[in-house]
Design a protein around this ligand. Sequence first.
Ligand SMILES: Cc1cc2nc3c(=O)[nH]c(=O)nc-3n(C[C@H](O)[C@H](O)[C@H](O)COP(=O)(O)O)c2cc1C
Length: 417
Amino acid sequence: MSHLRFLTSGESHGKALIGILEGIPSGLSLSEDDIDRDLKRRQGGYGRGARMKIESDHAEILSGVRSGKTIGSPITLLIENKDWKNWIDVMSVERRSPDAESEKITRPRPGHADLAGAIKYGTHDIRNILERSSARETAMRVALGAITKKFLSDFDVNIGSYVVQIGNVKIQNSKLKTQNSPNELLSLFKKAEDSPVRCSDKTVSEEMIKLIDRATKEGNSLGGIFEVFVTGVPVGLGSHIQWDKRLDGRLAQALMSIQAIKGIEVGFGFDMAKHFGSEVMDEIFYRASSKEQRAKGLHSQLPTSNSEFATGFYRKTNYAGGIEGGITNGMPIILRAAMKPIPTLKRPLRSIDIVTKEQVEAAYERSDICAVPAAGVIAEAMVALIIADAFLEKFGGDNIDETKRSYVSYVENIEKF
Ligand SMILES: Cc1cc2nc3c(=O)[nH]c(=O)nc-3n(C[C@H](O)[C@H](O)[C@H](O)COP(=O)(O)O)c2cc1C
């Protein structure tokens, strides 16, 4: 990241998670409620384990905000782990009691960092690895991402997600992949928010729930696919000039960094490979704005994908998912991510005890059955962090008014292009 940087720390059953975000301009209104809203969304979703019933995440702002506004200094957040009180001895910073010492985890779970991490960090207690590799850490990513969402919403940039597949149950409508206008995307998002599995289709949601129930009963787990979208992005974020400046690459890395995410698509993604070039490029059109539109400031309503109302340069399709040559093209950004099934299973998987070298059943830590709905919320946060970084790279500003001036002048110039 070039203008923003952030770090998270904290173990899954440690006292708390800490996050620091640096680079947000001063003058942005920010409250703990803005952050807690997304923390609550991350905790939800049908198929989560008992842990989420213990936690009721709340982010305390420790620095960087005064009188409800950011002051330009690093923003520090703290989220307490309510479960910590059940693990005080096991997670003690000081030497542990003999009882806790005997609770070492030596049976690595396939599909986790357990074995490779234990070898790499030279420990025979896998707890030292799983405490940090756990997706509990993503609560802090969601909290920091919520700050960047708040920043972006000042520029009418909105980010959302919805689940399109769990196991083999999926939404059939292929239009979902690329062709929706910002309003349609926001409406799918709203519908998904009312679904226990964060899917916009009621009937499909019910099928997904049935499948999760089946997996629960059978001691199994599930993965799935979700979409993340960004509306309101201006043309010109990211760049073609260097590999690490390409926005598609930056977004893919951010999404791939989420635990259990195994594949990313931008726009039409893998389906592009099955088509002729003539079928999946977004042709370019131009329509001059009318006098009335100009008077209302509606000329070149960038960004838009609603071709009916578009003026200036516009597209009728969005196979590219809003990014061409690593640069935003003004259409909504559409990303898809595939999550593997949760690797901790009640139905035991075979493993080897790292001390005795005997064939054993893998350790079982209290676990989710399906976390695809939550992963979508985490992905929104990661996407928000990357888009906010690219936004500040383009428009700069130590205070939000400066950023706004630069943004408005850029958009006015685009209109003259
Ligand atoms: C929101 C979320 C919740 C998760 N919950 C669990 C869980 O309860 N049990 C589990 O074994 N894995 C869970 N995972 C997946 C593991 O964290 C992940 O598979 C593991 O750390 C290995 O990383 P990798 O799959 O990226 O290789 C979860 C992932 C996410 C994103």
